[in-house]
Design a protein. Structure first.
Length: 72
């Protein structure tokens, strides 16, 4: 998750009206780290388990035609 947030942060153009310099870099790094920890904690038993629940029709993953893409 940290690598993902770091990669996303690098897509934001630098400069502009506000440029915080080294302080902004430190704050952004700490914020990204904390967001990574929180995001990872929200994955219930990992991405594999979430995919398994979704594809097997478990909690929040119904298998009726209306819940499938293109289903009616």
């Amino acid at each position: 998750m940290m690598q993902l947030t770091k990669a996303l942060r690098e897509t934001i153009p630098e400069g502009g009206i506000l440029d915080g310099g080294a302080g902004e870099d430190i704050f952004s790094g700490l914020l990204d780290g904390e967001l990574s920890v929180l995001a990872a904690a929200r994955f219930e038993r990992g991405l594999g388990a979430a995919l398994h629940r979704r594809l097997s029709g478990g909690a929040d993953g119904g298998t009726d035609a209306a819940s499938q893409p293109g289903g009616e």
